[in-house]
Design a protein around this ligand. Structure first.
Ligand SMILES: Cc1ncc(COP(=O)(O)O)c(C=O)c1O
Length: 397
């Protein structure tokens, strides 16, 4: 590992708990002051190879030329924000780009993944005239009130019960359970991540997805794909749905969309969009000129066929390397993933290995209790992938 000595010492610099910030995060490790490509640089100069990409946000890594220059150009207009009472060009161009590259006819722009999912729930309810939302075990759709009710994490849900009614979670890939849960008279939408992220990096069975699609078609129920984590190039295609053979009615995006600026989006078909009229939904900041300019540049960069081909080839290399690692290390039960989104399921809790990797200059994540999650920037180099897997191999020994 090419980390500086300070990143490899037994006890790395740990910043003091930030007293003025609400303590809803357990922050760890050093305080970062700069970023460069796939690396984060700490106060003491130590460099960390980042296989977390800011929780799957920094697809173009840190300090990417396109993001920086687009932001500078957008700022030179003096327009960071203009309200949605008026027209501005960047949001319109971004929506056109997303429509041109997907199944969708319309786009709603907002500020985060949970917001995008909440909006999708409202749109499906308004279109269908029904109320229930069906989500699946292992799902993570956000922590606002409706999305928390669709998120299968008891520890996040319990303190806030009772949750929003009419949202149920049923077993994933259980054909009978979904058949039973999706009702022609009550269900407005099902929501599913084509590759579950927080739930353990699980690509969902496309055959079962096809069954859900047919069921929903025959019962007048909308299919929402949550691609907040797995979308926008992460799995090697611009949208993860392209690899499933199933096309949703609504699709939500966020994390990497605006190069690290907060942004979410709902992509939807006209059949649903026409049910919405002015006043049905809104957000003050959604689709402002600065974030939209950056998002347009990010989407165009990621959608480049050469860029996506590189994600796929780096992903294949990483997948093969992790499968070999799983075969050699008895504590690794399985390696699974797509593109540059991988999970290593362990036979024991994963958190101690996150700490051990950080002490050797590599940042990785967990996904649930026993799974290590790797979501490096999509611009990571093959050499950096190699360096990271060497550290992983060592900490899992
Ligand atoms: C699949 C998925 N949906 C929704 C969300 C929520 O996004 P946000 O944190 O931007 O609200 C996340 C966040 O991790 C996610 O992974």
């Amino acid at each position: 590992m090419n980390a500086t000595p300070s990143a490899t010492r037994a006890t790395p610099a740990v910043s003091a708990a930030p007293a003025a910030l609400l303590a809803v995060y357990s922050r760890v490790g050093p305080r970062f002051v700069r970023g460069d490509g796939a690396e984060l640089i700490a106060e003491d100069g130590a460099r960390f190879l980042d296989f977390t990409a800011g929780l799957a946000v920094n697809a173009l890594g840190y300090n990417h030329r396109v993001v920086r220059e687009t932001m500078e150009q957008a700022l030179s207009t003096g327009l960071i924000h203009v309200s949605n009472l008026y027209c501005t060009e960047p949001g319109e161009r971004l929506a056109e780009e997303l429509v041109a590259r997907s199944f969708a006819d319309r786009v709603f722009l907002c500020n985060s993944g949970a917001e995008a999912n909440e909006a999708a729930f409202k749109f499906a309810r308004k279109w269908s005239g029904k109320t229930e939302i069906v989500a699946f075990s292992g799902s993570f759709h956000g922590r606002l009130f409706a999305t928390l009710a669709a998120t299968d994490r008891p520890e996040y849900r319990k303190p806030f019960e009772p949750l929003v009614p009419s949202i149920r979670i049923v077993p994933r890939e259980d054909w009978a359970a979904v058949d039973h849960a999706v009702s022609a008279s009550r269900t407005a939408a099902v929501i599913v991540e084509p590759v579950q992220g927080e739930g353990g990096v699980r690509p969902v069975d496309p055959e079962w997805l096809g069954f859900v699609r047919e069921l929903c078609d025959s019962r007048g129920v909308a299919v929402i794909f949550d691609e907040v984590q797995c979308g926008l190039g992460r799995t090697g295609t611009l949208f993860a749905y392209e690899q499933t053979g199933i096309v949703p009615d609504l699709l939500t995006l966020a994390k990497p969309l605006a190069g690290g600026l907060p942004m979410g989006a709902v992509l939807l078909r006209d059949a649903i969009a026409t049910a919405l009229k002015p006043g049905d939904h809104a957000t003050t900041f959604g689709g402002g000129p600065l974030v939209s300019s950056v998002a347009l540049a990010v989407v165009q960069t990621i959608a480049d066929p050469d860029f996506l081909a590189q994600v796929r080839s780096k992903g294949e290399w990483l997948g093969a390397r992790l499968a070999a690692l799983a075969a050699r290390r008895p504590r690794v039960r399985e390696a699974r993933g797509r593109g540059l989104m991988w999970g290593l399921e362990l036979t024991e809790p994963a958190a101690p290995f996150v700490t051990a990797a950080r002490e050797r200059g590599l940042l990785i994540l967990t996904a649930g209790t026993n799974v290590l999650r790797l979501v490096p920037p999509l611009v990571i180099t093959p050499e950096e992938l190699e360096r990271g897997t060497v550290v992983l191999e060592a900490v899992l020994a």
